[in-house]
Design a protein around this ligand. Structure first.
Ligand code: EPU
Length: 336
């Protein structure tokens, strides 16, 4: 555990933005974490996980606390199920691979999502019809001020679409581990999501295993989402907006085919990527900041873009979508 001053966060955020932390400290155990929490005022701390869901627009004038606590442990097991306790600093995709290698089912649709296990409950990560809330049993977190540990049940996390209790402003909790309930046999495969079926067909697979589903998801993601190690990005930059049916009907007057998902009797969800594409901004580029060529929901840093430049592109996208569709896009990524 070493405190470093004026530390560059470039390799600690998947956008690859070169801002500095006033101080940086990485903790590898809960004991180290508690030591830092005891020594530092809660308001002076900025907690960093995998850095995959943030846009940094300026230097952080605080102590950046990097959670690097590792470990995967079997808590309970029977012939049908296994419960795993996974430390916050484990890389998400490495953990998914670990489960697939042991034939533990439930996470295959969430393959290749950037980030760490500890931040996965914060925004209830999700892809291809599965969300974290479907596999998470509970998580453990420390309160920054009282230094007490609390176990949050799945219900207590108040999960929503890319949302949880931990996303609320002034959330005092730091998640240190997550417990997952996974299947050991009779896996419940989720392959209804259109492109998964098509991808499995392309792979000539009729009776898929969890490994096949994972491979299909990886292939789909690689075909349209940029690899953050090559092109800086934070996945979907905006949430898909949920709007009243009347908004969809108005759009359908202008466009023959509009993709949407029914939420309830009164409202639907429209893919923000489709809305952005229709404004003409897909592939837009200003210097090194831009809108990805293959998935308009993803903003990208082609190399030297600043956080402020990416933020300007985000504001332009919001403005154009508002002008054309009268829909206000909400960011999914946290901007600092
Ligand atoms: N679309 C376009 N143009 C685009 C992008 C998308 O027309 O540039 C259309 C597609 O043709 C499709 C629809 O929009 O009809 C949905 O696209 P896609 O399947 O790519 O999914 P998405 O709604 O854009 C969401 C999640 C992703 C997740 C995928 C797959 C959100 C904000 N994003 O994207 O999650 O991987 O579904 O389940 O809900 C993330 O959160 O970082 C993320 C990548």
């Amino acid at each position: 555990m070493k405190l470093v001053n004026h530390f560059s966060l470039q390799s600690y955020n998947t956008f690859g933005i070169d801002v500095k932390a006033k101080q940086f400290i990485s903790v590898k155990t809960e004991e180290e974490l508690l030591k830092v929490l005891k020594q530092t005022y809660a308001s002076e701390l900025f907690v960093l996980g995998g850095g995959s869901n943030m846009l940094l627009t300026e230097d952080i004038q605080k102590t950046v606390l990097h959670l690097d606590i590792k470990g995967v442990e079997v808590v309970e097991e029977n012939s049908k199920e296994v419960i795993l306790k996974v430390s916050a600093g484990e890389n998400w995709h490495d953990f998914v691979v670990f489960c697939i290698e042991r034939d533990y089912g439930g996470l295959e649709n969430l393959s290749l999502i950037p980030g760490n296990v500890g931040t996965s409950p914060i925004q209830n990560i999700g892809a291809y019809g599965v969300e974290l809330k479907d596999v998470m049993l509970s998580c453990e977190a420390y309160h920054r001020q009282t230094l007490t540990k609390k176990i949050f049940s799945n219900k207590e996390c108040k999960f929503g679409y890319r949302d949880s209790i931990f996303k609320k402003i002034n959330n005092p909790y730091i998640i240190t581990s997550v417990n997952f309930r996974l299947t050991k046999k009779k896996h419940q495969l989720n392959i209804d999501y259109g492109s998964i079926q098509a991808e499995l067909k392309k792979m000539q697979i009729t009776f898929p295993t969890i490994e096949d589903v994972s491979k299909a998801v990886i292939a789909i993601r690689q075909s349209k989402l940029p690899d953050p190690r090559k092109i800086g990005n934070s996945g979907s930059f905006f949430k898909n907006p949920i709007v009243p049916n009347a908004v969809l009907e108005k759009i359908q007057k202008e466009f023959d085919v509009v993709p949407f998902f029914k939420i309830n009797e009164d409202s639907i969800k429209i893919p923000a990527g489709w809305l952005i594409e229709k404004t003409g901004l897909k592939g837009y580029r200003n210097g090194d900041a831009g809108v990805h060529k293959k998935q308009a929901l993803v903003l990208v840093n082609y190399g030297q873009a600043t956080g402020k430049e990416i933020k300007s592109v985000a504001e332009l996208v919001q403005l154009k979508v508002k002008e054309k569709f009268d829909i206000q896009l909400e960011t999914e990524v946290n901007i600092f």
